[in-house]
Design a protein around this ligand. Sequence first.
Ligand code: PLP
Length: 455
Amino acid sequence: IMQSEHMSDKTRVSYEAYQQAKEVIPGGVTANIKYFDPHPIVMKEAHGSRLIDVDGNKYIDYLLCYGALVLGHGHTAVKEAVNEQINQTGTFIFGSPHNLEYEMARKLVDLFPGIDMVRYTNSGLEATLLSIRLAKAYTGKRKVAKFEGHYHGGYDEMLISVNPDLDEAGEASTPNAVPESSGLGKEDLDNTIILPFNDLEGTRRILTERQDELSAVILEPIQSGFIPADESFMKGLREITEELGILLIFDEVKTGFRLTVGGAQSLYNIEPDITSLGKVLGGGFPVGAVGGKKEVMNIMAPDRGKDILTAGVKDDVKDDIMFHSGTYNGHPVVLAAGLATIQELEKPNVMQNLLEKTNLLRQQLELLYKNYSITMQTVGMGSIFNIIFTDYEIKNYRDLNHANMELRKQLDYELLNQGIYTKPMNRYSMSIAHTDEDIQQTVQAHERAIKLVLG
Ligand code: PLP
């Protein structure tokens, strides 16, 4: 699509910055996911709903750091909380327990039905990694099942069948494990069992067959933040996993604070055994957390034997305490930012307004495309959605392959040109900083893009 080496004259400085970065940073990006052709756009400032790149172009930001910035860029409450934390304590980090760790944990326990206890990590990736190790240690089983098309962070065990080529992916109801990266081997593919999303019978069959090996099923309750699990599927999955002695892990890194404060589990009314959190939880700073049932979480308590020893049931004490560590876990500045973010979201009507605004944008876009007789639907739940050029109902990864990706791509590049920022082909995330005017400008930009692309 993009014939030229650089996007346009408007992004020449970005292109030069990318060329320079490429010399010392592979691909000029610090995460593969942040690269796009012909070159990523290099940013220099951001305020509220807006990003400004090194060429001085302004964008309405719908990427929002892959959904993390639910308050938009630089929200005052977060800035104040961070400054206050540093100024009052005199340090950035104690390196020992401190009260904010307790405060945030108590908050998460109150908000999430499946969380009795909490441990912190520094990213969503680490959160799912820890969740899976907990399940293995707790059940004594070694394998883990994930759904085709679901992303849980880029490590070997989960870097499988996220975005597989359908030629390699096999039958829809018994998907193959397909590696997403070089460096993975057969043992990685054998250790991760792939399940079909929103297909209860297929899932039941595979889980029943592999129950003796499987420690856990992990899923995004809303795939990629925009394809919700059917309620009956979710209920069925909870029942089967319980029946088979397989732990259920909700990866709520995206969904934790974007549908309601309390995650998809609150909406679905389902208690997972373990929950992985991240993104919004850090208010724009690097974070992850794992929450879960007491009996599961306590297997990593280093003082675990103590109570039981005191109670005089020495034989029950297992000496295999599960290890978890991290120099920066529970970082006070991060937790201060995260708590300030959650407090903003808990204010009356804030979440509701965010959801209404998202729905308004979705409706207006759908209306616009309808007026141009273009087959299009928005798919999503809460404050994240995607634009899909098909009229099929989208239930899983494979359904997305029926959509007109070429049109989407062309429009996304033109939209960048028109000041609408998301990485091409990415979903849209909304923030409380997005105004009605932003929504109007976004719809107008789409109209200009449609005219330019379709002539
Ligand atoms: N899980 C889900 C559902 C995610 O969306 C992501 C990130 O996009 C991760 C895990 C990994 O989180 P992080 O990028 O913070 O490591």
